[in-house]
Write a protein that binds this ligand. Structure first.
Ligand code: GRF
Length: 227
């Protein structure tokens, strides 16, 4: 995407939403420092004032904001406040990076096609929480992470890309989770970059388009990208 402004090309504006330590946010910030980066992170927001990722953003000179969900009576009023704040930042892309809130249909529809999430499992397996523990409990030999467009179904939107990791014999949810996160820190910045370059879009029938064509299969990156 290269939104134009009176014929003058401007960079897509990215807002990242977090709730926690923000290691994925850090990977996005680092990748955005590349001279040829096709987008700009214009804001980082959190529903938790104590989210460690806010400091990461501040260190990088990025505007931060907090909309503390405990100050709102219900999901609708929280999301309405979030939409108002996001509107001011005029994002071309809203990136959920460990944002631990279920979003209302209104918000999801408002940002349709420009709202993506990373979920630590090979979706559709293990929607929801505690994905690493559940993969271990099930005796899976392969686990991983998925990047998807967000639609009304929780962790159920069209999947853009996935990365797999092996489950090792002595894995705990921490060791497995760390292996998954290492993949996320490579995969997510690449997908965000492709989105900003206009290579990835959501089609009218909720199909993922890559370079204008529906993807025949969920995207995976070559193994050497992760080395
Ligand atoms: C990631 O593992 C992501 O898949 C999930 O939340 C976690 C966020 O971790 N949605 P961090 O805050 O980026 O370290």
């Amino acid at each position: 995407m290269t939104p134009s402004d009176g014929g003058k090309s401007i960079q897509p504006r990215i807002v990242v939403l977090i709730s926690g330590s923000g290691t994925n946010l850090q990977a996005l910030i680092d990748s955005a420092t590349a001279a040829d980066y096709p987008g700009r992170i214009v804001g980082v927001g959190s529903n938790r004032p104590d989210a460690g990722g806010l400091e990461r953003a501040q260190r990088a000179g990025i505007e931060t904001f907090v909309i503390d969900h405990t100050q709102y009576d219900n999901r609708e009023s929280f999301d309405a406040a979030l939409i108002r704040k996001l509107e001011k930042l005029t994002p071309d892309l809203v990136v959920l990076a460990g944002f631990m809130r279920i979003l209302t249909d209104d918000l999801v529809r408002y940002f349709r096609g420009r709202l993506i999430n990373i979920h630590p499992s090979i979706l559709p397996n293990y929607q929801g929480l505690k994905t690493h523990a559940r993969a271990l409990e099930a005796g899976d030999t392969v686990h991983g992470t998925s990047v998807h467009f967000v639609t009304e179904e929780l962790d159920g939107g069209p999947i853009i890309a996935q990365a797999e990791v092996p489950v090792l014999e002595n894995d705990t949810d921490q060791t497995l989770g760390a292996r998954v996160q290492a993949r996320e820190h490579v995969l997510y910045p690449i997908i965000v970059r492709w989105f900003c370059e206009g290579r990835i879009n959501l089609g009218p029938d909720d199909e993922v388009l890559f370079d204008g064509e529906p993807i025949p299969a969920i995207l995976t990156l070559p193994a050497d990208v992760y080395q």
